[in-house]
Design a protein around this ligand. Sequence first.
Ligand SMILES: *[C@@H]1O[C@H](CO)[C@@H](O)[C@H](O)[C@H]1NC(C)=O
Ligand SMILES: *[C@@H]1O[C@H](CO)[C@@H](O)[C@H](O)[C@H]1NC(C)=O
Ligand SMILES: *[C@@H]1O[C@H](CO)[C@@H](O)[C@H](O)[C@H]1NC(C)=O
Ligand SMILES: *[C@@H]1O[C@H](CO)[C@@H](O)[C@H](O)[C@H]1NC(C)=O
Length: 604
Amino acid sequence: MGVMWLQFIAILLFLPHQSREQEINFTLPEQLALFLDRIGDVHRLQAISIVNSRDSISPDYLDGLHQQLRANASMHFQLLPQMTATDVDVHVCFSALQDEDTLYVVFARHSRDPVIQLQAKRARGRRYSKTLFLLKEHESLPVLGEFFKLLWQLQFRSALVVTAQRWAYQMDPYPKMKIKRMKEVSSYDLEEIFPKPNRKNFNGYELHLAVQLDIPNSFWSRDPRNQQLRLDGAGGKIINELMAKLNVTLKVHPLLVNGSRWLNMPAIIDLIASNRMELSPHLCDTLQASTEVDYSYPVRLASRCFMIPLDNQISRTLYVLLPFQWSVWLSVLLILLVLHFFGVRWLVPDSQLWALIGVPGWRLSRSHHHSVLNTVTCYLVLFGVCLIYQLYSTKLTSFLTVTLSHKLPSSLDEILRLPFPILALPLDVELIVGTFGHAEEFRRMFSVTDAQTFATRRINMDTGYIYPISSFRWFFYSVQQRYLKTKRFYFSSLCHGTFAAQFQLRIDSHFKDPLHRFALHVQEAGLLLVWMKESYQSARLGGYIQEFTSAEEFLDDIRPLAFNLLAPAFSLFMCGLLVSLVVFLVEIRPPSCARRSSRNSSSH
Ligand SMILES: *[C@@H]1O[C@H](CO)[C@@H](O)[C@H](O)[C@H]1NC(C)=O
Ligand SMILES: *[C@@H]1O[C@H](CO)[C@@H](O)[C@H](O)[C@H]1NC(C)=O
Ligand SMILES: *[C@@H]1O[C@H](CO)[C@@H](O)[C@H](O)[C@H]1NC(C)=O
Ligand SMILES: *[C@@H]1O[C@H](CO)[C@@H](O)[C@H](O)[C@H]1NC(C)=O
């Protein structure tokens, strides 16, 4: 019992003394060196990078620090190679030199020191690494608040700030940014002294999303439960699900740029680069990558092709000629001429072939005899003529029951000969000409327009233009015309590129890694296609797309009674009338002429 009391008193006496002794301040370079050494040891860091701005630290202190870091053989960073960079303008990123297990030490004069921005630029791709900011002066709490907000915007996720060489601060940004003063740094577990760079639970952190229309990837709809705006679309669903998983609260705001609701990628990039938006929910084909933002991994790959108005129906008046090819028509004509001039006129003038076939003007005479050969040849020819006639009439009747169309233009030359202009955005023009060449011909065809006109015309399937479109989007848009008998558009087989559909994020965004992992799962599970099909319904309910079922198309469905079928029948009837009239006129030619011809034939 006595021993225990003694121990207790000893502990009481010993504790404050010990903690005061362990409290760290960095007034001496040895103290900082020792602290860095322990951090390096605990976190098994491979490299250290020390950055300072002018006047933020005395040269003696810096010398001392370097010496201390290398002097002692037991020091963790002792054996590292040393490199000194002085030029501010060198555009080398740390990620090219060091791996991610690096400790960054930044000496700055105050919280607005440009070295912070410089560090952010240089540490692109390494901002989740442990970073220690040492501010020379002590800063008031509101100023520190601003500073941490900047650090959060610059995506330093694992930052520790020490002011005036002794006050240490950390931030806890979830769900509202909080600054944590760390009393007695050394009594903190060194494992936890830097915040964890990747959090799985954002505790309801509010993320403001500016959304523009990009059917089917992103649009907004009303939640039927609470009438709130919610993000929708194939890409929107990915963001919704990911954020639900991360426990992030989404605030959706429709964004108008120059009065247009439709996706304006330069404006979005600008918003992100100027730190006004953290993440863009637009899953969009990256046609021109910007270095001012980061992109997610490609969620899908698609090539861009053309959506071409379907205008290849053959006029019904031409159907009469279509059953035979031109070569067949020519040979038939040739054979008939040969038959007439060689066979009937010259070789066997009394064969009565035309009379047998029923050609008007030729009369069958009964009162004479033929050779057997003559008769057989005559009937063979007759048989051939009947055969051809049967073929013709069968084909013609079968053609009249369907709608015939030309072969679809698919090659570049054929498309360039089409009478439609290509409606496109300036960037599309560049890409298409860059891929296919033929700059002159294309330039004649292009009709360059703004995002809104382009998007609305394309989604309404406005015939009269050819539109560039990705295969994924076509898959969605073409569902609109599924009930049409004669479709409005077809998808060209002429395509270019494979373009990656990606989200745009702030550089080194907090959401980048979770998004990468999540997109991978989504892709593996094939959810993207499922979500796209689901969003078709909500896009239709939201009035963004429509299904074409016009009255004309309904008439087409009940074909036998349709008027447009009567027209060819009527024209055929008129044609028949005309032919009978001609025959009739030939039949009632002057009797003298007929008599002469019959006398001629009977005299032989
Ligand atoms: C810093 O720590 C050293 C030793 O731990 C101590 O002697 C010194 O007084 C401290 N300085 C301040 C300003 O607390
Ligand atoms: C080297 O550092 C250790 C602590 O890491 C310390 O105990 C030792 O005294 C130092 N030796 C020298 C020569 O500074
Ligand atoms: C999400 O965040 C809220 C707000 O902090 C919290 O109450 C809730 O427990 C969190 N949900 C999960 C699943 O962690
Ligand atoms: C808005 O319109 C103006 C004038 O047409 C143009 O200069 C500006 O670039 C447009 N802004 C965006 C973000 O497109």
